[in-house]
Ligand binder design. Structure first.
Ligand code: ADP
Ligand code: ZN
Length: 604
C-alpha cells in the first residue's frame, strides 16, 4: 500500500518535471514573439504560459525548451496583443499545459493521511483482538453439533466417567436440581498426568450433555499484557453464560492458579494474580441455576492455590490415572475402531506389554502401527506392525550410523550389565528387550517392564532399580577398566532415585521419615537447614555407593553370564525376553501377581 503510493508519487513527479514549463524572462518571450516562434499562449493575470513552434536554447543555459512561462511586468505598456496578432500567436482560453486534475491533487495529498488512518485502524483491530473485544471471536464455542465426542470415545476410566456423569445430568435437566434446592457442581477439577484424557473427558461431557463447549488454555491468559487476562476471563464467562447451559474448560489451570505466596514467579506475576482473581470472582458471581459448569485440568494439583478449591469453586476433584491393563485394552480398542486390523492382531496381548502408557501414547501407538503397515504396502495392520511400532515408541527411532566395532562391544557389555542385574535382583521387573542399535541419543537400550501394573515401590525394589541403572557403568569398569560418557543418563536415573528415597520417601535411617526435599523450589526457602541438606547429600552418596558396589560384586560373581549375554547381543543386535534369559542361563521368574509403581524402565 505504502509502496504503491510511493510509486504513483514518483511517476507523477517525473511526469511533472517533463512537462513543467521553463521559466523564461519577459525579454526572451518578446524575442520569441518577434521571431514568430510562439505557437500559442494562455494568460492568467500577468502570468503567461505558452509553447514555441520550435525548441530554442535557453539563454545562459545549454538546454532547449519549448513550453515556457513568464511574468509580464505590470508596468509594461507595450502593445503585446498587437504583437501577438501580428505574429499569428493563438491566444487560448484554456491553459496550454494541462495541470494535474484537482482530483489527482487531492488524492496525492490525502493519501498519506488515509494510509495513516488505515494503519491505525489495523492496529486497533489487532489490539481489540488481543483485548478480546473483537466481538468474542477468541471464545467461539465449539458447536455442540460438531462435538461428536461422547463417553463412548473415552475408554478405561469408568470410575471417572461415573463421577462426571452427574455434571451431564445437571446440564441436561437443571430444573430437577432447582426444584429440590440442591446445589449442583459449579467447578470440577480434573487432575492427572498429561495424555490421560482430561481434555477428551471434558469434551465428551459437553458432547453427552449436548451443550456448547468453551475451551481456554491458561497460558493464553498469562502471556498477555497486564489487565488483558482478567478482561478475557470476564468475556469468556459472559459468552458462556449467554449460551447456557454450557461448559467452560480451562486447561493447565496451574499456570494461573499457583499458590500466591509460594515460589516467586518471574514476570507476569501481577497478571497471573489478576486473572486468577477474576476467575474466582466469576465463579462466585454466577448462581448455580445459571447452568454453566467450569471444568479445569491440571497435572499439578498440589501447587494450586487453595482459594481455587474452596466450596462453590472447584470443590470437586477427579483424579485421572494412567489406565490399567483392562483400560489399556479398551483404549486400544477405541482407537483401533477406524483401523483395519488383521486376524492375528491381538490388542489384549499389546495391552499387557504397555504398562504405564497413557491414552495419548496408546492412540499414538495404534497410529504408528497403521503408518508402518502402509509403509510395508499392506492393507491391514497385523501383530508385527503393532509390536514394531511399540518398539519404536518405547525405544526411539533407529538411527542410521555405523558403529566402530570397539564401541559396539562396549555397548553390548554395558547393556548386558543392565539386563543381567535386572534379572539377578529379586523382585526387579522382567527384562523385555536388549538392543545395541543406536536410536535417538543412545547407543543401546535395555527395556524392563513389570508384569502387572505397579502402584507403589518398596525400598528393596528401588535399590534394585539403582543397582540395575548402575549396571552398565559397572560392567564397563569391570570388563574394560574405563568409564565412558555413555553412563550419563544412568547416573541421572540412579541419583534421582536415591535423592527421592532419602529426601522425600523417608527411606534413610539417618534422615528419618521427614520430607526434606520439597516438590519444587529451593528447600532452603522451605526452611530446611544447610546441615540437613549436607546430611541428605551424604546419605545419597552412601546409598549410591552401596548400590554400585553391589552391582560390581554381582557382575563379578556372574561374569560368565555377562560374557555369554554380551556375545549373544553382539551377534544378534536385538534380543527378546526369552532369548535374554536363555543366553544368561537364568530362569524367568513366574508371572507375578500383586502390585507394587507403574511403568517401564529404559536403561540406556
Ligand atoms: P490430557 O488433556 O489429559 O493431556 P488429552 O485429553 O488431550 O489428554 O488426550 C490426548 C488424546 O489421547 C485424546 O485425544 C485421545 O485420542 C487419547 N486418549 C487419552 N485418554 C484416552 C482415553 N481414556 N480413551 C480414549 N482415548 C484417550
Ligand atoms: Zn546405561
Amino acid at each position: 500500500m505504502v509502496l504503491l503510493y510511493l510509486a504513483v508519487f514518483v511517476v507523477l513527479s517525473v511526469q511533472d518535471q517533463s512537462v513543467r514549463p521553463q521559466q523564461v524572462s519577459y525579454t526572451e518571450f518578446k524575442v520569441q514573439v518577434e521571431a514568430d516562434n510562439v505557437a500559442e499562449i494562455f494568460a492568467r493575470g500577468n502570468t503567461i504560459e505558452g509553447s514555441l513552434r520550435q525548441d530554442r536554447p535557453l539563454p545562459g543555459a545549454g538546454e532547449n525548451y519549448r513550453q515556457f512561462s513568464t511574468e509580464r511586468p505590470v508596468f509594461a505598456n507595450d502593445d503585446l496583443l498587437g504583437a501577438l496578432e501580428q505574429n499569428n500567436v493563438t491566444v487560448r482560453a484554456t491553459p496550454v499545459i494541462q495541470e494535474r486534475g484537482l482530483l489527482l491533487n487531492l488524492l496525492i495529498s490525502v493519501a498519506p493521511i488515509a494510509l495513516l488512518v488505515l494503519f491505525y485502524l489495523w492496529l486497533l483491530r489487532r489490539q481489540s483482538g488481543i483485548l478480546g473485544m473483537g466481538a468474542g471471536k477468541k471464545f467461539q464455542p465449539v458447536d455442540p453439533e460438531k462435538i461428536r465426542v461422547t463417553f463412548k470415545d473415552v475408554a478405561g476410566i469408568d470410575e471417572v466417567e461415573a463421577e462426571i456423569s452427574e455434571v451431564v445430568d445437571y446440564l441436561k435437566e437443571p430444573h430437577k436440581y432447582q426444584v429440590i434446592g440442591a446445589k449442583p457442581p459449579k467447578g470440577v477439577l480434573l487432575s492427572g498426568p498429561p495424555g490421560t484424557g482430561k481434555t477428551l473427558l471434558a469434551r465428551a461431557t459437553a458432547g453427552e450433555a449436548g451443550v456448547p463447549f468453551f475451551h481456554a488454555s491458561s497460558s493464553e491468559f498469562v502471556e498477555m499484557i497486564v489487565g488483558v487476562g482478567a478482561s478475557r476471563v470476564r468475556e469468556l464467562f459472559q459468552t458462556a453464560r449467554n449460551s447456557a447451559p454450557s461448559i467452560i474448560f480451562i486447561d493447565e489451570i496451574d499456570a494461573i492458579g499457583r499458590k500466591r505466596s509460594g515460589s516467586l514467579a518471574v514476570g507476569g506475576h501481577d497478571e497471573r494474580e489478576q486473572t486468577l482473581n477474576q476467575i474466582l470472582t466469576e465463579m462466585d458471581g454466577f448462581s448455580s441455576s445459571e447452568g454453566v459448569v467450569v471444568l479445569a485440568a491440571t497435572n499439578r494439583p498440589d501447587v494450586l492455590d487453595p482459594a481455587l478449591l474452596r466450596p462453590g469453586r472447584f470443590d470437586r476433584s477427579i483424579t485421572v490415572h494412567a489406565p490399567d491393563q483392562k483400560g489399556r485394552a479398551q483404549i486400544l480398542g477405541v482407537h483401533a475402531r477406524n483401523v483395519r486390523l488383521a486376524q492375528d492382531a491381538d490388542l489384549q496381548a499389546l495391552s499387557r506389554v504397555t504398562p504405564g502408557m497413557t491414552g495419548a501414547e496408546l492412540a499414538n501407538l495404534i497410529n504408528e502401527a497403521a503408518l508402518l503397515a502402509v509403509k510395508r504396502g499392506r492393507s491391514e495392520v497385523d501383530q508385527r506392525d503393532l509390536l514394531d511400532a511399540l518398539e519404536k515408541v518405547q525405544l526411539g527411532t533407529v538411527r542410521n550410523v555405523v558403529m566402530p566395532a570397539e564401541e559396539r562391544r562396549r555397548t553390548a557389555f554395558h547393556e548386558s550389565g543392565h539386563a543381567l542385574l535386572g534379572m539377578l535382583e529379586a523382585g526387579a521387573d522382567p527384562v523385555r528387550k536388549i538392543s545395541i542399535i543406536p536410536r535417538g541419543r543412545s547407543l543401546g537400550v535395555t527395556l524392563s517392564t513389570p508384569d502387572t501394573d505397579r502402584y507403589g515401590y518398596d525400598e528393596n525394589y528401588l535399590k534394585g532399580r539403582i543397582v540395575g541403572a548402575l549396571g552398565g557403568m559397572a560392567a564397563e569398569e569391570l570388563v574394560f577398566g574405563v568409564v565412558t560418557t555413555g553412563a550419563e543418563s544412568d547416573l541421572q536415573t540412579s541419583t534421582h532415585l536415591a535423592r527421592m528415597m532419602v529426601g522425600r520417601w523417608g527411606m534413610s535411617q539417618r534422615i528419618g521419615p521427614v520430607q526434606v526435599l520439597p516438590e519444587e523450589g529451593d528447600p532452603r526457602v522451605a526452611g530446611v537447614s544447610e546441615g540437613m541438606l549436607d546430611a541428605v547429600a551424604e546419605e545419597v552418596r552412601a546409598l549410591v555407593d552401596e548400590c554400585y558396589t553391589r552391582a560390581k560384586g554381582l557382575l563379578q560373581e556372574h561374569r560368565w553370564r555377562l560374557e555369554a549375554l554380551a556375545e549373544r547381543v553382539l551377534d544378534k543386535e536385538t534380543l527378546d525376553e526369552p532369548e535374554i534369559y536363555e543366553a544368561a542361563g537364568i530362569q524367568r521368574p513366574p508371572i507375578a501377581g500383586g502390585a507394587a509403581l507403574a511403568g517401564q524402565q529404559l536403561n540406556q
